[in-house]
Design a protein around this ligand. Structure first.
Ligand code: FE
Ligand code: FE
Ligand code: ZN
Length: 295
């Protein structure tokens, strides 16, 4: 890996028999310089013990590859909702799962975990943001790690919170542990939330003014199947959605984002991962017309 290389990677799986070793191998097969993974199934909190996941083998391979371990990313399971206290058992359950996930992130030599801020389910955003802040503070009081939690910007589906930079700022501002918080900016989500994603400088300026660019830990790089403001959240492959390759490429090569890992979460094509081809186009900065047709 060359020093001047861009920080680009994708979501990678973690399946039997190689688990984490397989995750690292998958990332390298895409010629990625970073990657993101779930520490188990994305849709539940059931987790295999770390000692069954070939972590040290994977970590050895990662170090040999030159991938910077401080830039790899874990994604929390999406059943977690720390923003709704109307069902106490679900709120407490979410806290328990997330605390465990943070410890697993640290145990897997990663230091960033992306979290969906959650949905207010009728309680209103302000109450939801309060619930989230209190849950995170409680967890940070006891988790004993340095893992940073990157709050993901959401598209505004249903009753999601964290759909404006102001709300994300409110979450960070309210925390007793600001140093443990950061942000994951998802290009599909901000487009669907109503931001003018094509105005890259404008988006980053706004982000800096409202939240502060120091808090930007991860970019999720996705095209969108929907128009600006649609509040849908359906990812599309590079160059096949309403955002387009040129804009997404501008994020990848933007001088303010050099040190920020850019992670693709674009859909598989005919059951095959598109990431090697997408990374190649982004590294070169050139779109290959009709690339998806070859799958
Ligand atoms: Fe996400
Ligand atoms: Fe995302
Ligand atoms: Zn999404």
């Amino acid at each position: 890996m060359k020093n001047e290389d861009i920080l680009i990677g994708s979501h990678c799986g973690m399946a039997a028999p190689d688990f984490y070793l397989g995750t690292v191998k998958e990332a390298l097969s895409y010629e990625a310089t970073t990657f993101m993974f779930y520490t188990g199934a994305p849709q539940n909190g059931y987790r295999k013990p770390l000692n069954e996941l070939k972590i040290e083998e994977g970590y050895d391979l990662l170090k040999k590859s030159g991938i910077d371990e401080t830039k790899i990313v874990v994604h929390a399971p999406y059943i977690i909702n720390l923003a709704n206290r109307s069902k106490p058992e679900l709120y407490e359950g979410s806290k328990e799962i997330f605390l465990n996930e943070i410890k697993r992130t640290s145990g897997m030599h990663a230091s960033i975990i992306v979290l969906h801020p959650g949905a207010h389910v009728g309680q209103g955003s302000d109450e939801a943001i309060k619930a989230l802040i209190e849950a995170l503070d409680e967890i940070f009081d006891v988790d004993g790690t340095n893992v940073k939690v990157a709050i993901e910007t959401m598209a505004g589906k249903g009753t999601e919170i964290g759909i404006t930079f102001e709300q994300v700022h409110q979450i960070i501002e309210g925390s007793r542990h600001k140093d443990r918080l950061g942000v994951c900016l998802d290009t599909c989500h901000i487009n669907d939330a109503g931001y003018d994603v094509h105005d890259v400088d404008g988006v980053l300026k706004k982000f800096d003014e409202i939240i502060g660019l120091d808090y930007l830990l991860v970019v999720h790089l996705n095209d969108s199947k929907n128009e600006r403001g649609a509040h849908k959240d359906r990812h599309e492959n590079l160059g096949y959605g309403s955002i387009g390759f040129k804009t997404l490429n501008a994020y990848v090569h933007h001088p303010l984002l050099v040190k920020v890992p850019k992670i693709l979460e674009t859909p598989y094509i005919n059951d095959k991962p598109p990431y090697k081809e997408e990374i190649k186009m982004l590294r070169a900065g050139t779109f290959v017309e009709g690339w998806k047709e070859a799958f």
